[in-house]
Design a protein around this ligand. Structure first.
Ligand SMILES: [Zn+2]
Length: 288
């Protein structure tokens, strides 16, 4: 947020300085591109092998082996989901939404990759299908599947309203991961991280730069699908905000379940998958 009335007068060349065109921070041209055509072929021969349901105002976790696909599916009614990903064998390697945003922009779709936290920084998953890709950006600058929000949580709720609400995505994911990995709640909580907001329609207001949400265009049958680059645990919370047309962090909105489905192209195909290497940076950080 900026001051409505600035404290300092604009310099004489203010307009000239403001007119300088932007430069993309991280041009993606040097990134290795996924072979989407090969993944589509692989997907055509895959069979559904597992399913987990995130009940309304609750979350679920599911294992997805490297080389398999996972679909997040809308059922029953418009609903957004907060998605986390962990390396199944090292839960400290997790989805890094901020760096994914820096590399792929504010909202993801087919061909986008979900990058893992330092010091790993490798693609954990590749988005292979998105039935909402037609949405693009709307007149408000909004779009779906953002990596700009964090996750709804009881701490911000407490800060802004003074109330304790226990079914925010942060808490739902904490309970689900604790149950899935048999971890103490407090240990699981520290592993929950900022999310990919699946199906959520968000942006920044043009005049004040404030984070906004609006009713999601998702309808039952819509899905977002990923290819697992490494062995994953995927966590998904059916956000208490429902379709996020009004409010979250409460029991007010109509909420629906979300489904995760695993599609396996077979053991031989998975064995042929080459997992991305962790970053080759030597981690000496200039300390001699
Ligand atoms: Zn949420």
């Amino acid at each position: 947020m900026k001051l409505e009335k600035p404290n300092f007068a604009a310099p004489v060349d203010a307009e000239k300085r403001k007119a300088i065109p932007p430069v993309i921070c991280y041009p993606p041209e040097t990134l290795e591109q996924p072979d989407l055509a090969a993944l589509v072929t692989l997907r055509a021969g895959a069979n559904k092998t597992a399913e987990a349901i995130a009940a309304p105002r609750d979350a679920a976790c599911i294992d997805v082996p490297a080389g398999a696909f996972v679909r997040v599916l809308s059922v029953d009614g418009p609903q957004v989901g907060d998605l986390n990903m962990w390396n199944k064998h090292d839960l400290t390697e997790r989805f890094y939404s901020g760096k994914t945003r820096a590399l792929h922009g504010t909202h993801l779709s087919t061909g986008g990759r979900m990058w893992s936290s330092f010091p790993n920084m490798r693609p954990m998953a590749t988005i292979v299908d998105d039935t909402l890709d037609w949405y693009g950006f709307d007149a408000f600058g909004g779009s779906v599947h953002d990596v700009i929000g964090t996750r709804c949580d009881p701490y911000t709720g407490r800060l802004l309203s003074g109330d304790d609400y226990h079914y925010c995505c942060h808490s739902n994911l904490t309970r689900a991961l604790a149950g899935h990995c048999d971890l103490p709640l407090r240990e699981a909580e520290m592993l929950v991280h900022d999310v990919l907001n699946v199906f959520m329609c968000t942006g920044f207001t043009r005049d004040t730069g404030q984070y906004f949400m609006k009713a999601s265009p998702v309808r039952p049958g819509d899905y977002l699908e990923f290819y697992a680059e490494i062995d994953l645990i995927v966590g998904l919370s059916a956000c208490p905000g429902g379709d996020c047309s009004s409010e979250h962090s409460s029991d007010v909105a109509a909420c629906y379940p979300l489904v995760m489905e695993v599609y396996d192209p077979g053991e031989a195909a998975r064995a042929a998958h080459v997992q991305p290497e962790r970053s080759a940076y030597d981690r000496t950080h200039g300390a001699g």
